[in-house]
Design a protein around this ligand. Sequence first.
Ligand SMILES: C[S@@+](CC[C@H](N)C(=O)[O-])C[C@H]1O[C@@H](n2cnc3c(N)ncnc32)[C@H](O)[C@@H]1O
Ligand SMILES: Nc1nc2[nH]cc(C(=O)O)c2c(=O)[nH]1
Ligand code: SF4
Ligand SMILES: [Mg+2]
Length: 258
Amino acid sequence: MPVNADRETVPATGDEGDLPINELFYSLQGEGKLAGVPSVFVRTSGCNLRCWFCDSYHTSWEPTHARMTVDDVLREVRARERAEHVVLTGGEPLVHEASVELLERLADAGYHTTVETNGTIHRDAPIDLASVSPKLASSTPTPENAPEGADAGAWTERHEARRIDLASLARFVEDYETQLKFVVTGPDDLPEVVSLVEEVRAAAAAPVPNDDVLLMPEGTTREALAERRTEVADLALEYGFRYTPRLHVDLWNDAPGT
Ligand SMILES: C[S@@+](CC[C@H](N)C(=O)[O-])C[C@H]1O[C@@H](n2cnc3c(N)ncnc32)[C@H](O)[C@@H]1O
Ligand SMILES: Nc1nc2[nH]cc(C(=O)O)c2c(=O)[nH]1
Ligand code: SF4
Ligand SMILES: [Mg+2]
């Protein structure tokens, strides 16, 4: 897929095989089944969606352009000597073809790899945990909810048209250990979660147990999260899905490098 040609989505290309890297840091995995595990985070820049709530504004609405070679990334990962897990995130890491080479090199070096992805672009790569976060209707940007100064109007329709690719979601479930991690803004999101999970189950030749379906409260500050998390935990109980915290927000208020 010639995604690197999409200038709306991805920072301009550099040398072939390198990646636009927004940040690289060592922290505890804050979300999902592996919450609490020390991990190196490699955050690529560039995304094919524009969630109004994106907690990584400088990879989506206003992407950074600095690039690193795969060798550079490996060197920086190895320098965090305690880490056995690497989380490749973004932005949308799978818009970049070079993410496959990075994942191959990390697997060869013995790391457990998690990929945080919106699930719209499937690629074949050595991924130990596909952490897929399909975007609900409540993520769609409008001039009212978008970040200040962002060109939301240009993205409302594009985001809406791109946010769900059922065939791609089914392939993630079939090819990888997958968790489906939904950002929940309130109870109105749940009917869409239920119907989407049913559609993925019907489309995929692999099961999707309820404990692989995670509800995560929307929120990028301790205060916002504190207001929403009990309601989302109660929804997880009501529907029989799993709840995931956002540990890095509770612990470090989502500060850069955490
Ligand atoms: C910045 S995204 C990068 C990976 C990929 N683009 C995606 O959306 O899955 C990393 C994770 O943060 C979640 N996320 C982003 N903004 C959030 C917010 N305001 N509250 C809760 N989770 C959020 C995403 O759903 C995803 O699970
Ligand atoms: N600590 C921590 N855990 C995370 N899990 C997924 C993250 C992401 O941004 O993809 C993230 C993050 O940004 N920080
Ligand atoms: S898909 Fe992920 S990186 Fe892209 S805008 Fe949404 S949350 Fe941000
Ligand atoms: Mg994050």
